[in-house]
Design a protein around this ligand. Structure first.
Ligand SMILES: Cc1cc2nc3c(=O)[nH]c(=O)nc-3n(C[C@H](O)[C@H](O)[C@H](O)COP(=O)(O)OP(=O)(O)OC[C@H]3O[C@@H](n4cnc5c(N)ncnc54)[C@H](O)[C@@H]3O)c2cc1C
Length: 390
């Protein structure tokens, strides 16, 4: 077997691996990206695609380090979407340019003060009733509609925009190879100046197996996302309740046959992995009845997606860390973006490490054709088993 000497090998083709891969390739690095299942198949395709600016966290009274560090991200994504950023996302689609907060009458409280004081800037403002969308007017919703200028992206198209240009360097490995990555590289005579792990949950195990986990702490936070097939209309909204978390955060997605799906995060989804899916359904239907009483849900089908968020361990509380996390070792970097939104910041942090190690682009292109090409993942709604609950 011939020897392959590349600049960088990345394990894991979620948003963290893909963003960094695309950026490094654009800069002239020789990079091999290895994926054990399919491109985007983990948390990335399961995400709601919201590019946060910190508004949600500010509204929840958490004007904290997270709200501050994330606030710079939407501009980086917008630059990328316009082809003016570190990566080129012009081929990706924006599902919605903004979201809405649906706040029942009497619930406004401190939020009214923030919005009326314009403390959150021009990206949050109340929408006068005559400017509500026809769907919201017809839904029977009673309360305030707050405009929130955060985009929602179509994730399958983001994956393709990042992977398509360099698809010949994104390769498939087996579960077994993925579990023993250093052995895999040795067996295939592949050397790299830096190895980067962006494999989410598997990162910690790999670091541990290879005695590289000193000082490493990670956390998992379980979710059971709800999915509503035959959704009544496109909606990108947070149903605001009395606590600092929305009762439900709704984004809308299309199945491959065009059927509309509401994807439900927020309060209805925050529960243990082995929870009864009926509980998610019951809580969601209760919320729909309260917030959107005139909408007919008799035609819907229902499914759930149990999944963990995986990230570095928060130093302050059981919530998420304020930034991406990188665990630096001599042999490799282990990386968690914390949020999809943070992918650009994570890649900046990785580039700083490469600079420190004096690893510069070799401008060469290794031939990785001896490895099979990775394929794209399916969306959760195209994979789901649907039921009609009552
Ligand atoms: C339900 C849900 C909704 C979310 N919504 C949002 C949102 O709206 N906005 C936002 O900013 N964030 C959101 N997040 C968070 C965001 O999705 C994650 O922070 C982000 O996608 C993590 O990206 P990642 O690349 O680190 O991991 P993943 O997307 O999980 O990707 C890891 C990849 O690595 C592969 N892999 C694992 N181990 C190996 C190995 N050893 N070798 C090769 N391949 C390997 C996996 O198969 C997978 O493809 C959400 C998360 C969840 C769970």
């Amino acid at each position: 077997m011939s020897q392959t000497n590349t600049d960088i090998v990345i394990f894991g083709a979620g948003i963290a691996g893909l963003w960094t891969f695309n950026r490094l390739k654009t800069m002239g690095y020789d990079v091999l990206l290895l994926e054990k299942e399919s491109i985007g198949c983990g948390q990335t395709i399961a995400s709601q695609g919201i590019i946060h600016s910190g508004l949600k966290f500010s509204l929840a009274g958490k004007i904290n380090a997270l709200a501050k560090s994330i606030s710079a991200m939407p501009d980086l994504w917008r630059d990328a979407l316009e082809g003016k950023g570190d990566v080129d996302l012009r081929a990706a689609h924006v599902s919605a340019n903004s979201q809405q907060l649906l706040i029942p009458a009497g619930f406004m409280g401190g939020l009214t003060k923030l919005v009326t004081k314009k403390a959150l800037g021009s990206s949050v403002h109340e929408t006068p009733h005559d400017e509500w969308s026809e769907d919201i007017k017809r839904s029977g919703f009673k309360g305030s509609v707050i405009f929130m200028g955060e985009p929602v992206l179509d994730i399958p198209s983001v994956l393709r925009a990042l992977a398509d240009p360099y698809k010949n360097c994104i390769k498939q490995i087996t579960e077994e190879q993925a579990a023993a990555p250093f052995d895999f590289l040795k067996q295939h005579n592949i050397t790299a100046k830096r190895i980067i792990f962006t494999g989410a949950a598997s990162n910690h195990d790999i670091a541990k197996t290879n005695a590289q986990d000193e000082g490493l702490a990670t956390q998992k936070r379980p979710l059971m996302q709800g999915m509503v097939k035959n959704a009544p209309f496109p909606l990108y909204a947070h149903l605001v309740g009395k606590t600092d978390k929305p009762v439900a955060s709704i984004t809308t997605h299309k199945m491959s046959d065009g059927t509309l799906v509401w994807y439900l995060g927020g309060g209805v989804a925050e529960r243990k992995k082995d929870s009864d899916p009926h509980d998610v359904y019951n809580d969601a239907m209760k919320a729909f009845k309260a917030y959107l009483p005139a909408v007919d849900f008799s035609n819907i089908e229902w499914s759930v997606l149990p999944i963990d968020r995986v990230e570095g361990k928060s130093k302050t509380d059981s919530w998420m860390p304020d930034t991406p996390t990188i665990h630096h070792t001599e042999a490799a970097l282990y990386c968690w973006p914390t949020k999809l939104t943070f992918a650009p910041m994570l890649s900046d942090m990785i580039l700083k490490d490469l600079e420190k190690q004096n690893i510069t682009p070799s401008a060469s292109e290794s031939d990785f054709s001896f490895l099979p090409e990775a394929t794209y993942t399916q969306t959760p709604w195209d994979k789901a088993k649907w039921s009609k609950y009552t």
